[in-house]
Design a protein around this ligand. Structure first.
Ligand code: ZN
Length: 55
């Protein structure tokens, strides 16, 4: 079973379908890894916050 989600891919420069490739439970929340189906770009999300990019 795979979970996919529409997200903006910085590599493609447009919205793409990302597949969830991994999920880990941390004390700060659930860490999930996503991969762009188009280019293979990977991003990480922790909890409900967006990516590893620091705001
Ligand atoms: Zn992409």
């Amino acid at each position: 079973m795979s979970i996919s989600q529409k997200r903006a891919c910085p590599s493609c420069g447009e919205q793409q379908s990302f597949i969830q490739v991994a999920s880990t439970n941390l004390n700060i929340g659930e860490k999930t890894k996503w991969r762009c189906q188009e280019c293979g770009y990977r991003s990480v999300r922790i909890g409900s916050t967006v990516d590893t990019a620091n705001a």
